[in-house]
Design a protein around this ligand. Structure first.
Ligand code: SAM
Length: 662
């Protein structure tokens, strides 16, 4: 960025002097206050452009020319006592403070007020006091004022502000319709007399308050004035509550509405903080249905084995039943896909596809082309027969396939065994054979060349899978990201995808211990690197309730109680916000103050198919930077266990009961 003082000088010359601003105090103050310090970080390079800029909370910092025009029109003189209503970023108040003796600036958004107050303190502007509250009622305790400047538009001049002017003082205020207002300069000429001049058309954000748009009742005004508070640093939980957009019940048709803001992205990734929470599935299904139904998403790609998902895909595309050796999703952890919510979603997607041309139909795909659950099952079956100790280690190891499910005992146990190495060749051969068969059954979505490449790289994966750690994690996530890319390529330039996977796969690994300490990457990171802002990474979280999970890999599923979020976690901050269900939009520029506060690393909870509350801190929490990990975060304070479907019926009942054989 060019030297800000040079840009500031240019702004004063070109945008202000050239347009007729002549007051030397105003020009000097505008040449002094660093506007770049009043805009969100990503906007800094535009700080001296000739226009307003977003500052979060759907508000703006005004165009420099308008700020100068209003201050000049208000006739502010050195030593004056001035009220500003609509402090926003605090920029105009800071400029006024360079001229006046004392400035009171009121802002209705507590988070913006707190930010503005912090800026005044950082810049040493001690004569500016920022107050959080409704400024349409003025500040009776400090009146009369030598000038009042209002930076938001109402439908009439707020009566209390007129009355808080000293005789001879001026009030500059936009008044008119919602789209366009006239900038009025009101001068108090006597105890009960005011004159008015129109400075021209302007467009401001609305003045919201007791004497703002559609207001005007004195009793409301008194209540509002008694609610004025000096701007103070909000707690993190209060900042979350301010920015949180409360969500309706998930089965309310309006639930998916706020997620339509992501409808123009090519890839929307939907996470989950556990593999067994009903609300995460139900919410993702509602969002998926909406984006598929109305916004042209035709790929649903999930963290599941490719061959199993293929059976579902055929069902929702209304293709004829093709027998496979196993019904889909019959292996541990069965509940991840054989559950009531997925069953409902599959039928909804099939109904959406009815009557659609094949190329416009939505498909359902597994990102794990390596056939992960299938290959783990094959390895376990082999080891059970040939080396019981290695099988035990493998079961514990697979519990650690997500990086946070470390069981401190596992590594010790690994050292006891004679080693997997003796069985490795045979186990890998089993996996290879299994994958080969699955690909033959699948009907050749990717063609023979792709399958050959897949088998070669899968072999590498099978070799490191047993040993766990960064290499196997990275191979798997690279592969899932590549599968997604192939699916998008296959769908053509217009294709749009929804991805369902755990937060650990979807939240950018660079913002977590995974990337920073363990050298692991994930789908979220790879997709961001490849697709940038065309992808939206959406995380999901919860405080407490129940979850469907197991004690160990391959052991029976249970309904387990989820411990309340730890005091040092993001979960606890979300819980303390007091909002039961919400969407937090973390897109840069939207809630900058909150993003900055959230950027201080904290613990975040990751529950996979295994949940070990006894060692929860070490098994399930990891340090993260939430606003860098996700573009949005969805919160359900209390959640319940996912409901699995019963075991599959004998195969003879198919295909009427296809795809889950129920
Ligand atoms: N002067 C600001 C600056 O330099 O950044 C520009 C502020 S913006 C155009 C208008 C601000 O007025 C918004 O931040 C909005 O929240 C605030 N606002 C609207 N109604 C208000 C009210 N009744 N009291 C205080 N602030 C209000």
């Amino acid at each position: 960025m060019t030297d800000p003082s040079e840009l500031r000088h240019e702004m004063v010359e070109r945008q202000l002097k050239a347009r007729g601003i002549g007051d030397p105090h105003v020009l000097a103050a505008m040449g002094e206050v660093p506007r770049e310090r009043f805009v969100p970080e990503p906007m800094r390079e535009f700080a001296y452009e000739d226009g307003p800029l977003p500052i979060g909370e759907a508000q703006t910092i005004s165009q420099p020319y308008i700020v100068a025009l209003m201050i000049e029109a208000a006739g502010i003189e050195p030593g004056a006592c001035v009220l500003e209503v609509g402090a926003g970023s605090g920029y105009a108040a800071a400029v006024i403070g360079r001229i006046a003796g004392r400035v009171f600036a009121i802002e209705r958004h507590p988070a913006l007020a707190a930010e503005a107050a912090r800026r005044m303190a950082d810049l040493g502007y001690g004569n500016v006091t920022v107050i959080a509250g409704d400024g349409s009622v003025g500040l009776p305790a400090e009146a009369p004022f030598d000038a009042i400047v209002v930076a938001a538009g109402g439908d009439k001049v707020p009566e209390p502000l007129k009355r808080q002017l000293a005789i001879g003082a001026r009030l500059v205020v936009p008044v008119g319709g919602e789209a366009l207002q006239s900038l009025l300069c009101v001068t108090r000429t006597g105890e009960e007399e005011w004159s008015e001049a129109d400075l021209g058309a302007v467009r401001f954000v609305p003045l919201i308050g007791a004497f703002g748009r559609n207001g005007g009742r004195w009793e409301d005004g008194e209540r509002a004035a008694s609610n004025h508070r000096p701007a103070r640093e909000l707690t993190l939980a209060e900042c979350i509550a301010e920015a949180a957009e409360p969500l309706p019940e998930i089965d309310d048709p309006a639930f998916a509405d706020p997620f339509e803001r992501f409808a123009d992205r090519r890839i929307v990734l939907l996470g989950e903080a556990s593999h067994g929470t009903h609300e995460f599935y139900q919410a993702r299904a509602a969002i998926t249905r909406r984006l598929v139904e109305r916004h042209g998403f035709t790929i649903v790609a999930v963290e599941a084995d490719w061959p199993d998902a293929m059976a579902i895909d055929r069902y929702i595309r209304q293709e004829p039943f093709r027998p496979t050796r196993h019904p889909p999703f019959e292996r541990f952890p069965t509940w991840m896909w054989r559950n009531t919510e997925i069953d409902r979603l599959i039928h909804a997607l099939r109904a959406i596809n009815e009557g659609r041309e094949p190329e416009r139909m939505v498909g359902f795909h597994g990102l794990d082309i390596y056939n992960m659950a299938g290959s783990i099952e094959a390895v376990l079956a082999y080891l059970d027969e040939h080396d019981a100790e290695a099988a035990r280690v493998a079961r514990a190891r697979y519990g650690c396939l997500t990086p946070w499910q470390a069981d401190p005992a596992t590594y010790g146990r690994a050292a006891l065994t004679r080693g997997y190495a003796e069985c490795e060749e045979a186990a890998v051969a089993e996996c290879r054979e299994l994958l080969d068969r699955a690909l033959r059954e699948d009907g050749g979505m990717f063609g023979a060349a792709m399958n050959a490449r897949l088998i070669a790289s899968a072999e590498k994966y099978y070799r490191v899978m047993y040993y766990g750690g960064a290499e196997s994690w990275n191979l798997r996530d690279s592969h899932m990201a590549e599968t997604l890319e192939h699916l998008l390529e296959h769908g053509g330039p217009e294709a749009k995808a929804l991805v369902w996977a755990h937060n650990s796969h979807i939240g950018d690994a660079r913002a977590t211990e995974m990337g920073q300490v363990r050298g692991e990457h994930n789908i979220g990171q790879l997709v961001r690197e490849r697709w940038g802002e065309q992808a939206a990474l959406i995380g999901f979280g919860t405080h407490t309730g129940t979850v469907t999970a197991a004690d160990d890999w391959d052991s029976p599923r249970k309904v387990k109680r989820v411990l309340p979020g730890r005091a040092d976690s993001y979960e606890r901050q979300c819980h303390d916000s007091g909002v039961a269900r919400f969407l937090l939009d973390l897109t840069p520029g939207r809630h900058e103050a909150l993003r900055r506060r959230l950027a201080e690393p904290r613990l975040e909870r990751f529950i996979g198919v295994i949940y070990r509350p006894e060692t929860e801190r070490w098994s399930h929490y990891s340090t993260c930077v939430l606003p860098e990990q996700f573009d949005a975060f969805v919160w359900f304070d209390e959640t319940r266990a996912l409901e699995p479907l019963g075991p599959p019926e004998p195969r003879s009942g198919l295909p009427e009961t296809y795809p889950f054989g129920l």
